[in-house]
Design a protein around this ligand. Structure first.
Ligand code: SGN
Ligand code: CA
Length: 563
C-alpha cells in the first residue's frame, strides 16, 4: 500500500532537485555581469577631469569614477596602439602574443578573452577602432575602422554588410552603431560583452563641426617641461622625433593650409605633411568643409601675418595651443558620446550589473618634454586612464593607487563572468581591488617592453621595471644605455641617476628584481634578439610611414647583436 506513494515521493523529490538545479543555473546565468569596455585612442589622463582639471571638463567620463573606482596608477605594458590591444585581448605580454608593433598583423591563433566569452554563452560585439590588420575573432557582431580610420565620413569593415562608408563624424557614428546594437540586436536573456572603441583623440585631431568654434579660441596652460632640452638623460630622449616644434606636421597637424605653407616658405619636412591634411580634410563634404573653413581660415590668416616675426619660442607656444585646441576638441565628442551610452544603460536598467570600463590604449604627451605621441615608458605615455564602474560591487567614488595594467583586463573580466582563465595568461584579476579585498593584492612592480624601432618618431627599443618609487630602463639595439629615475623626488623624470653613487644600492636591487621579472614573464635577450631580427627583415620589405630610406639603410648597417 505504501509503495506507490513512496515512489511518488522519490520521483517528486528528483524532479524538485533537478528543477532547483536548473533554476539555480538560470539565476546564476542571469546574474553574470555585462561588460561595456570603452576605450579611446591616445587619450591622456591629463585630459580627463577626474584626473586633472586644468585642460578639459569631461563630466560623462568622470561619472564612471563617481559611480565606481578611479585608478591613479594604471599603465600599459607596451605604449603603442595595436600591441596594447593585443595585450588586452590575450592577457599576455607582447613577446608572447607576438604583436610587438603596429606594422605586422595580429596572430589570430592567439586565444582572446572575447572568444572565451562567446563560448560561455555571452553575446559579443565590437564597434570602432581595432587596428589589427585582420578581423576580430569571437564577436557576434562587429563594425570596425580599417587601420587608423578617418574622422569625417569614415569607412567601416562590417561582419554582415561588407565594407561601408558612413556620412558623419566618427565618434558619433561609432556610438550610433553601439546604441543600435544594444537596442535592436542584443537579446535580453543573455549577458553581453561589448567593446566600444573610439578613434579619437588620435592624430590628426579633427574635432566635430559643433566643437570647432569653441575649441579654436581656447587658450591652455603650458606644461612646465614644454621647453625641455633633454639634458640629464641618455640618447633616446634626445633622438626621439616627437617634438611639437620640430616634428609635428604644419598642415596635417597644426592645420596650416598647404597653400599658406607655400606662401610662407615652410617646407614639407616629413614628406607627408600636406598629404596628411589633404587626406583628412579631403574627405569632408561641402557643408562640413564650409564649417571647417569658417573657423580655420581666419586662424590661417592670423598665422600668416604673425609667422615672419615669430621667434622659435613663440612658434613652439603657438603650436602647443593649436595642438591642444584640436586634441581636446576631439575629446569633447568622446565625452558627450560616452554620456549617451551611460544614459542608455541607466534608462534601460542595465547599470547595476554591468562592469563599465573607460580606458585608453595608452597615455600621450600633451606637450610634456616638448612632445606629442607616446611609446616611452616615461610617465605620460606609460600611464593610461582607468575608470571602472560596477554599481553592484564597487563602492561609489572609490580610488586605487595600485599598479594595475592593461595586461589585467582579460583575467578581471573572466573572473567576473565565472569563466575559467587559461593558465598561460599573465595578468592578475582586479576583482580584489574593485571589491575592496585589497589584502589579496600584492603586486609591487610592473614590466614594460617597447619594440617599434626603427619607425616613425624614432623611440628606441627599451624594457623596464617600474615600482611606485623607481623606474629602471634599458635602451638597447643601436645604444646600450641604462636610466634610473627616482619617481618620488623627480616626478618630471628629468634626471637619470643610474650612475649616481647614492643610488648604487637601489640600482642593484632593481637589477635583481628586473631579472626575476623577465624570468617570470618569459622574456629574455634571446627573444629580443629574435624579435629584432624578424622586425628588421620584415621592415626592410614593407618600410614604414614617415621613414626615410636613407635612415633605414643607416640603421640596417648597425650591429644587431644585443649586449
Ligand atoms: C600614425 C601617426 C603617428 C602615430 C602612429 C601610431 N601618424 O602613424 O603619429 O605614432 O600612427 O599610433 S598620423 O599622422 O598618420 O596619424 S597608434 O595609436 O596607432 O599606435
Ligand atoms: Ca593609440
Amino acid at each position: 500500500m505504501h509503495k506507490p506513494s513512496f515512489h511518488l515521493f522519490i520521483c517528486s523529490l528528483i524532479v524538485f532537485v533537478i528543477f532547483s538545479c536548473e533554476q539555480k543555473k538560470e539565476d546564476e546565468q542571469k546574474k553574470r555581469p555585462n561588460i561595456v569596455f570603452i576605450m579611446s585612442d591616445d587619450h591622456a589622463y591629463q585630459a580627463i577631469s577626474a584626473y586633472d582639471t586644468r585642460l578639459i571638463h569631461t563630466p560623462n567620463i568622470d561619472r564612471i569614477a563617481e559611480m565606481g573606482m578611479l585608478f591613479t596608477n594604471a599603465s600599459v605594458t607596451n605604449s603603442i596602439c595595436a600591441p596594447s590591444r593585443a595585450t588586452i585581448l590575450t592577457g599576455k605580454h607582447s613577446h608572447l602574443n607576438g604583436k610587438t608593433d603596429n606594422h605586422f598583423p595580429f596572430d589570430t591563433t592567439n586565444v582572446t578573452f572575447p572568444q572565451l566569452f562567446q563560448d560561455a554563452g555571452y553575446q559579443t560585439a565590437m564597434f570602432g577602432k581595432l587596428h589589427f590588420g585582420n578581423n576580430p575573432k569571437g564577436f557576434d557582431q562587429f563594425k570596425i575602422l580599417p587601420g587608423q580610420g578617418n574622422y569625417y565620413n569614415p569607412d567601416f569593415i562590417t561582419k554582415n554588410e561588407g565594407n561601408i562608408k558612413v556620412e558623419g563624424y566618427v565618434t558619433d557614428i561609432i556610438t550610433d552603431m553601439t546604441l543600435d546594437w544594444l537596442e535592436n540586436e542584443k537579446v535580453d536573456d543573455k549577458p553581453f560583452m561589448l567593446m566600444y572603441l573610439h578613434k579619437a583623440p588620435h592624430r590628426e585631431w579633427l574635432p566635430a563641426e559643433r566643437h570647432l568654434t569653441e575649441f579654436a579660441q581656447n587658450e591652455y596652460p603650458e606644461p612646465v617641461t614644454l621647453f625641455d632640452d633633454y639634458s640629464g638623460r641618455g640618447t633616446a630622449a634626445k633622438e626621439a622625433e616627437m617634438n611639437l616644434l620640430h616634428h609635428m606636421n604644419w598642415a596635417g597637424d597644426s592645420k596650416v593650409y598647404p597653400e599658406v605653407m607655400d606662401e610662407l616658405g615652410i617646407p614639407d619636412a616629413s614628406g607627408w605633411d600636406k598629404g596628411a591634411f589633404k587626406r583628412e580634410v579631403g574627405r569632408m563634404n561641402s557643408a562640413q568643409r564650409e564649417n571647417w573653413d569658417r573657423v580655420y581660415m581666419p586662424l590661417n590668416e592670423e598665422f600668416k601675418a604673425a609667422y615672419p616675426n615669430m621667434s622659435e619660442e613663440e612658434k613652439m607656444k603657438w603650436r602647443y595651443q593649436r595642438y591642444m585646441q584640436d586634441y581636446l576638441g576631439t575629446i569633447a565628442s568622446v565625452d558627450e558620446n560616452v554620456g549617451r551610452v551611460l544614459d542608455y544603460l541607466e534608462a534601460n536598467g542595465l547599470m547595476e550589473n554591468t562592469i563599465i570600463v573607460y580606458t585608453s590604449d595608452q597615455g600621450f604627451y600633451l606637450g610634456e618634454h616638448g612632445w606629442f605621441d607616446k611609446r616611452f615608458v616615461y610617465n605620460e605615455s606609460f600611464k593610461t586612464p582607468l575608470l571602472v564602474a560596477w554599481p553592484e560591487k564597487i563602492k561609489a567614488g572609490s580610488r586605487s593607487d595600485e599598479m594595475v595594467q592593461n595586461l589585467d583586463f582579460a583575467q578581471t573580466f573572466l573572473e567576473a563572468a565565472g569563466i575559467e582563465t587559461p593558465a598561460d595568461m599573465q595578468g592578475e584579476s582586479l576583482i580584489p581591488l574593485l571589491t575592496g579585498d585589497t589584502e589579496k593584492w600584492d603586486r609591487e612592480a610592473v614590466y614594460y617592453h617597447y619594440y617599434e624601432y626603427p619607425s616613425i618618431h624614432m623611440v628606441k627599443r627599451h624594457y623596464a621595471i617600474v615600482t611606485k618609487e623607481y623606474k629602471l630602463i634599458h635602451f638597447y639595439f643601436d645604444v646600450d644605455e641604462w636610466e634610473l629615475y627616482d619617481r618620488m623626488n623627480d616626478p618630471y623624470e628629468l634626471k637619470n641617476v643610474y650612475d649616481d653613487p647614492e643610488y648604487a644600492g637601489i640600482r642593484e636591487k632593481l637589477h635583481g628584481e628586473l631579472d626575476a621579472m623577465r624570468e617570470k614573464y618569459g622574456d629574455s635577450s634571446e627573444i629580443s634578439q629574435r624579435l629584432l631580427e624578424e622586425y628588421l627583415r620584415q621592415f626592410e620589405k614593407v618600410g614604414a610611414q614617415g621613414f626615410k630610406d636613407s635612415q633605414l639603410q643607416e640603421i640596417l648597417k648597425k650591429d644587431t647583436s644585443l649586449k
